[in-house]
Write a new protein. Structure first.
Length: 482
């Protein structure tokens, strides 16, 4: 009897260990295994295992940990010739380009070039992130190894081997408790092919479902799995929303147009049944040229700067996003011209190590701190709180959210513009108002007021967040964590 209890306890511990992050009870957000809020603050580090050595990976991981990021998105079979071009140690991920044959060797000593293989290097990255308190959002493959679209490929994953491959990868890293699984890799699940496959229609859901099955066969149904779709208005919710393995929807508002109403994409996803969390897994990258793919890019068209990044991100989070994934255009590709040519950088090369400290990268922890400084799971999008003065576009749209129990509200002002705020849905006869600076994470008290609302203007140029508290709650200054 005692042996049975011991085995059952070990089984429960093991399975709970692979469900460190889960969907919240209200199905709109994420939480830790013990029910605490988990705000996904990710970074796109797609080529890390393929292009960085151990010391460089340690620099990246430590820097992002200090900056408050808690998810690093990394690809096993990388985008840029990730199967045929070795990593920095001269290792390939597969034998004979066969995803059922991982290129593994006995041992893992980094001082022994034979023993330290491609998967040992990825293991090192995951382990180091775990020590820094960071999750790895692990893509078993970039989408070009599946989809008949653009990219280096080659297409090696099919219905016949996808489950086995994903199972091998899950088994290889099953001892880690800090992996969040991400399928897809910048590709839609249903699409019309390009190049030699132009005009043909493809449905790759059977392949992605096989990968999900391979992961769950090893780790159990509690393994957290989501999907990274192509850019634009695509969302996982359009093709695989009802799949039980999909724990969280995601979309990629992307780097082409500034004129993206991504906050409405969150609303769209949340309107579906069953309700699932959603987030922007790839908004505009900091320092990415705006739509460089038409061959007409000029400096006048410009780059996405820190303000663009903040505006895109704050709006989707205030619309109900379960978090967001930031990206810097020279970090995700780990731009180092000694080793690789730049990808669409416009006319400015700064290198990934300098880009690690770009403005928005140092500021997004203030968003995380802000939303966690008030009741988290009860936040809801409420555009009606801006009764006059709201815009309609990326330039001037104010995004408003509030506590569904009425204890607070937050409104993102993208610029110094007046607006009339209606707070009659909030509790308490008096409201304490604050102006929160998303560039510095500091809050300035604006006073305590009665009534049902008033016309307000941010204190100075730039973007601001207005925080309105039920004065009787005596909340600390916005952004202050207990």
């Amino acid at each position: 009897m005692n042996r049975i209890i011991l085995v059952l306890t070990a089984w429960l511990f093991w399975h709970q260990g692979h469900a460190q992050i889960r969907v919240s009870d209200n199905h709109r957000f994420l939480s830790t295994a013990n029910g605490e809020p988990f705000f996904w603050l990710g970074d796109t580090d797609w080529e890390m295992a393929h292009r960085l050595n151990r010391d460089e990976a340690a620099t990246l991981i430590h820097t992002r940990a200090q900056q408050g990021f808690n998810v690093l998105q990394v690809v096993a079979l990388a985008e840029f010739n990730g199967i045929r071009e070795p990593n920095r140690y001269g290792d390939w991920p597969l034998n004979n380009e066969d995803p059922t044959q991982l290129a593994v060797t006995p041992g893992s000593d980094p001082a022994d070039a034979y023993a330290y293989d491609y998967w040992d290097h990825l293991d090192y990255i995951i382990d180091l992130a775990e020590k820094e308190g960071i999750y790895i959002g692990l893509l078993p493959t970039w989408g070009d190894k599946v989809a008949h679209l653009w990219g280096d490929g080659p297409i090696v994953l099919r219905e016949s081997n996808a489950e086995a491959y994903a199972g091998f990868v899950a088994r290889r890293f099953q001892h880690h408790k800090n992996i969040l699984w991400i399928l897809g890799g910048d590709r839609p699940a249903v699409y019309e092919g390009s190049g030699a496959a132009a005009g043909k229609k493809f449905d790759d859901r059977i392949i992605w479902r096989a990968m999900a099955s391979g992961i769950e066969r090893v780790l159990g149904a509690d393994a957290f799995i989501t999907y990274h779709p192509a850019g634009g208005s695509y969302s996982t919710s359009q093709f695989i929303h009802e799949d039980q393995w999909l724990d969280m929807n995601a979309f990629q508002s992307g780097h082409g147009s500034r004129e993206v109403d991504a906050w409405n994409w969150v609303v769209r996803d949340h309107a579906l049944k069953p309700l699932k969390p959603t987030l922007d897994m790839e908004p505009c990258y900091e320092d990415h040229p705006v739509n460089p793919w038409d061959g007409k890019w000029t400096r006048q068209r410009g780059y996405f700067h820190a303000h663009d990044v903040r505006a895109r991100i704050y709006r989707t989070v205030f619309a109900g996003g379960a978090g967001v994934t930031y990206g810097h255009h020279q970090v995700w590709q780990f731009l180092n011209t000694i080793y690789h040519e730049p990808v669409n950088i416009g006319d400015t090369t700064i290198g990934w190590e300098v880009a690690l400290h770009a403005e928005a990268a140092t500021q997004l922890k203030y968003l995380r701190n802000l939303v966690l400084s008030r009741p988290y799971f009860s936040r809801v999008f409420d555009p009606s709180m801006v009764s006059a003065g709201n815009g309609q576009t990326y330039v001037d749209y104010l995004a408003a959210m509030r506590d569904e129990n009425g204890s607070y509200a937050m409104i993102y002002f993208p610029r110094n513009q007046p607006a009339t705020i209606d707070w009659k849905k909030l509790t308490g006869s008096k409201k304490t108002l604050w102006w929160y600076d998303p560039r510095t994470g500091t809050a300035s008290r604006a006073g305590t007021f009665g009534g049902k609302g008033m016309k307000l203007t941010p204190p100075s140029a730039g973007d601001w967040v207005l925080v309105i508290d039920d004065a009787g709650k005596n909340y600390p200054a916005p952004g202050t964590l207990h």
